[in-house]
Design a protein around this ligand. Structure first.
Ligand code: NDP
Length: 249
């Protein structure tokens, strides 16, 4: 039980990597609050994970709603030890033909909201606390169509280091998990339909040394390490979970 007596908040905990992490945290003894916009998937997570899960409907791009969600979780648990700022969206933003609204939505969800989630949570985090940000290998890849997403995730990486400096005096750690292609519902929007999805997965597999996409559980295990006292001297670091993609020649 690596998270016995710990409490956690996971934004975007009703799907994909966030949900896999909520499951693992609860298995390891934590009480977990998740946020998301979709009531149906929040309710499904609650039905599956039971009394140690608090499901809060909140849009991370609404800063006041985020503050309320963090306060609700801290009040329900009496303290907050772990924050996984995970909620994020993809978004196809090629240089030619991207509307301002889409570009700003991607940056607001993936970067601005991460900052304000941590700001809201920092007021409640106990000494020894752990903040984990969800980055992406796109922070440094030059994949076509990813301008806003890459910028948002590179911003997360830069921000994590500053936050680690600022929160070190309170013995709060801030680290980033950097997933590569991971099989979650986010891909349903990038490549809708079984055929397009299979073609995309096959193409990705040719680029990845381990020749496959990862699973959400494989990212969750790294988040667990960063959340737990096993990583008590890991600060301002990033751990890449990409099957070797970014290290490939
Ligand atoms: P999913 O689409 O499965 O999950 C995204 C989560 O974010 C959902 O729970 C969604 O909930 C939540 N979310 C999105 N927008 C908002 C919002 N405005 N307010 C609150 N919650 C929101 O995708 P993943 O699990 O793959 O993505 C999780 C994170 O992992 C993201 O930050 C993504 O960028 C990152 N990542 C994923 C990779 C992959 O290949 N899967 C690779 C690298 C990074 P709801 O819709 O209910 O709001």
């Amino acid at each position: 039980m690596r998270l016995a007596h710990k409490t956690a908040l996971i934004t975007g905990g009703n799907s994909g990597i966030g949900l896999a992490t909520a499951r693992l945290f609860i298995q390891e003894g934590a009480r977990v609050a998740i946020t998301g916009r979709n009531r149906e998937t929040l309710d499904a997570a609650k039905a599956e994970l039971g009394p140690n899960l608090l499901a809060i409907q909140a849009d991370v791009t609404d800063i006041a709603a985020t503050e309320r969600a963090v306060a609700e979780a801290a009040a329900a648990f009496g303290k907050l030890d772990i924050v996984f700022a995970n909620a994020g969206i993809a978004g196809n933003t090629p240089v030619g033909g991207t509307e301002v609204e889409l570009f700003e939505r991607v940056v607001r969800t993936n970067l601005t909201a991460v900052f304000f989630t941590v700001q809201a949570a920092a007021a409640h985090l106990a000494p020894g606390g752990s903040v984990i940000l969800n980055g992406s290998v796109h922070q440094s890849l030059g994949s076509p169509g990813y301008s806003a997403y890459a910028a948002s995730k590179a911003g997360v990486r830069a921000m994590a280091r500053v936050m680690a400096s600022e929160l070190s005096p309170r013995n709060i750690r801030v680290n980033t998990v950097v997933p590569g292609a991971t099989r979650t519902p986010i891909w349903d929007r990038i490549a809708p339909g079984a055929e397009a999805r299979a073609a995309l997965e096959a193409r990705i597999a040719t680029l990845v040394p381990l020749a496959r996409l990862g699973d959400a559980e494989e990212v969750a295990k790294v988040v667990l390490f960063l959340a737990s006292d096993d990583s008590s001297n890991v600060q301002g670091a990033e751990i890449v979970v990409d099957g070797g993609l970014t290290g490939a020649p």
